[in-house]
Ligand binder design. Structure first.
Ligand code: ATP
Length: 334
């Protein structure tokens, strides 16, 4: 979406129409440019009413991210972060990985109003819509090597759940190993962790989080697994600024705890929230093979523990995906 569209969306009200002429004058552009930019915004999922001679009106209010509101809501945590809000970006993770290589400090955080090439694990796509999702990445530097960071993606999911609980959103919120946040067995948020460094450390970790806040129905339906959003489960609108600040506060606290004590400290809380604990599951391997087994826990390093033929096995997250037995859609590892 072009910068003019963001300026126009900040200007438009959901209560009254603003004429195209007024908008064109205000931003020093032609009426055609206004019309094109708002058409663009419409294509990105923003619902805008337009009436000849009256102009444009938003179908619903839009809450954009606001750095001052965020800093206020972050309180003392604001000092630990180098926070930036951008309008459009391909992927906040890609950008932070490149900044990490250039020496960006721990705590650098980019939140985007819109990602055009959001990513999931192993080349998958993370879908989001303008002002309807939260997409951000946080760079965190650890003294330890990647081998000692097992369980980090589980801890990040837990921090998201703690933030939702803090805001009173807890109905059916659960975790799915290794990195998903679910509500009512539908995916509410995803986590993508990427790292730089060698096995012995230090390690720069980029933690990407995508949370569905109020996804347009068409987008929700286009996702190839059941998805949900905060509005649906909370039954009320939750401010994106409040949510982002709560998640960042919980994340910084959890990262401090993880740095000090590792995953073991979180294990019992994580297992209590695991949607698939003690459940039969299908383990999808990258080579396409599928094994049915039963989840019986997680290990101190975040590996999934399953019971198979009377024995307990530990599975690392790298190349496998987990599906509940009986869950719809997608049966193969992608
Ligand atoms: P795994 O269990 O291995 O993590 P996954 O399917 O959850 O598998 P991720 O890489 O975590 O994979 O997330 C990417 C997947 O999430 C996409 O392939 C798509 O199925 C789904 N997805 C993409 N965008 C969204 C979204 N906004 N909300 C919910 N799910 C999404």
């Amino acid at each position: 979406m072009r910068p003019l569209a963001f300026q126009l969306l900040r200007e438009l009200s959901h209560q009254r129409f603003t004429s195209g002429v007024v908008l064109a004058q205000k931003f020093g552009v032609s009426r055609a440019a206004v019309s094109e930019a708002l058409h663009d915004a419409g294509e990105s999922g923003v619902e805008i009413f337009s009436l000849t001679r009256r102009g444009y009106r938003l179908a619903a209010p839009i809450e954009l991210l606001d750095i001052d509101v965020l800093r206020d809501a972050l309180g003392v945590t604001a000092k630990r972060l180098n926070l930036e809000v951008v309008e459009t970006i391909a992927s906040t993770n890609t950008e932070l990985m490149s900044r990490a290589a250039d020496g960006a400090p721990s705590g650098t955080c980019i939140a985007a109003e819109m990602q055009t090439a959001g990513r999931g694990r192993r080349g998958r796509v993370w879908q989001s819509a303008f002002a309807s999702s939260l997409t951000f990445s946080l760079l965190w530097r650890f003294d330890r090597g990647a081998a000692h960071l097992g369980g980090l993606s589980l801890v990040v999911g837990l921090a998201v759940v703690r933030a939702l609980h803090e805001l009173g959103v807890s109905r059916e919120v659960a975790l799915k190993w290794p990195n998903d946040v679910l509500a009512g067995h539908r995916k509410l948020a995803g986590v993508l962790i990427e790292s730089q460094g060698d096995m012995l450390g230090p390690t720069a970790v980029v933690i990407g989080v995508g949370i569905n806040v109020r996804l347009p129905t068409a987008l929700k339906e286009s996702i190839d697994q059941p998805a949900t959003d905060i509005d649906t489960i909370a039954g009320a609108e939750i401010s994106r600024n409040t949510l982002l600040a709560a998640v960042l506060r919980q994340l910084v606290t959890a990262l401090d705890e993880f740095q000090r004590d590792g995953f073991a400290r979180f294990k019992a809380e994580w297992i209590r929230l695991h949607a698939l604990h003690d459940k039969p599951v299908r383990v999808l391997h990258a080579d396409g093979s599928v094994v049915e087994t039963t989840v019986c826990g997680v290990a101190d390093d975040g590996a999934l523990l399953v019971r198979q033929h009377g024995r307990e096995l530990a599975l690392a997250s790298g190349e496998i995906s987990l599906r509940a037995v009986g869950s719809e859609k997608r049966t193969n590892a992608k």
